[in-house]
Design a protein around this ligand. Structure first.
Ligand code: SAM
Length: 268
């Protein structure tokens, strides 16, 4: 790529591709390969350092058209990642297991998710936005023996997710449920809470969690700023009386980063 115009054109092309792929989703695996290719190319594109100077130029320009394109891409790519998880879950049921680059990326990240705030077998983990292919619950429960509850607002994602857990996580302490944080007694018991990066309302939910959680809880907020905000909802300021940033795990080669929060009274 040589000019900022090429940069914008490529983003417009991704936007068209994602819009079309989301539209043709028909609850079968028909278009799964195109989706996987599109998400993989986008993941590589987002983490390509050559694109950073073009991003900086566009940010300085502050054009409303470009801002709108960024918002659209974030929304469309989030929807497409959720659909891609559904494809992966359906393919697992049909006996096919493929791990696309995007998923490898997430798996590698899980080791570092809570920095020095380790998950142990006594921990109670809550994942907000567990998706149709709940890798985070599977990996945490398998590696640590912790109890994991995953919630999602999408019925189809919960149903497919439960089938994946039955297949890959038999015997693990994982429970998936369509619920909101305020409806779960478990929210108060949770020792560790993880937000999926593509949950649009994640900072509103974090604010709400202040009164719903115990004093010691640690929250891992997956996010993406700058170029990565094309694929993730970005970091936001929190009410300092409530949540304090205690660590920021930057992962230059991966699609999202992780901000860790604790209640202000515990953050030292
Ligand atoms: C890409 S998926 C899950 C990510 C991946 N499985 C992981 O382990 O990180 C994101 C999910 O968040 C869900 N979601 C979006 N907004 C939500 C909200 N407000 N509460 C709960 N889930 C939400 C979507 O329905 C989608 O299934």
């Amino acid at each position: 790529m040589s000019t900022v115009m090429d940069f914008t054109k490529q983003l417009n092309d991704f936007s068209t591709t994602f819009e079309q792929l989301a539209k043709v989703y028909d609850h079968s695996v028909q278009h799964s390969e195109q989706m996987e290719n599109a998400i993989n190319s986008y993941s590589h594109w987002i983490t390509d350092k050559h694109h950073e100077s073009f991003w900086a130029d566009k940010e300085l320009e502050r054009s409303t058209d470009f801002e709108q394109l960024v918002l659209n891409l974030r929304q469309q790519s989030s929807l497409c990642v959720a659909i891609m998880e559904k494809y992966r879950a359906m393919k697992l049921q049909q006996g096919e297991v493929e791990i696309a680059d995007y998923f490898k990326n997430i798996e590698e990240c899980i080791e570092k998710e809570f920095g020095s705030f380790h998950v142990t077998s006594d921990s109670k983990v809550l994942l907000i936005g567990s998706g149709a292919f709940p890798m985070t619950p599977l990996l945490i429960a398998r590696r640590t023996g912790a109890q994991v509850v995953g919630i999602d607002i999408d019925d189809e994602a919960i149903g497919l997710g439960q089938a994946v857990v039955e297949t890959l996580g038999a015997g693990l302490r994982i429970h998936l449920q369509k619920a909101l944080v305020q409806e779960l007694a478990y929210t108060k018991e949770a020792t560790h809470i993880i937000f999926s990066s593509t949950v649009a309302m994640k900072y509103d939910i974090l604010d709400q969690l202040y009164s719903l959680t115990n004093e010691h809880v640690i929250v891992a907020m997956r996010y993406g700023n700058g170029l990565k905000s094309l694929f993730n909802y970005p970091q936001q300021a929190t009410d300092h009386q409530k949540w304090r940033l205690v660590d920021n795990i930057l992962r230059p080669d991966d699609v999202f980063d992780i901000a860790l929060y604790q209640k202000a009274s515990h953050a030292g």
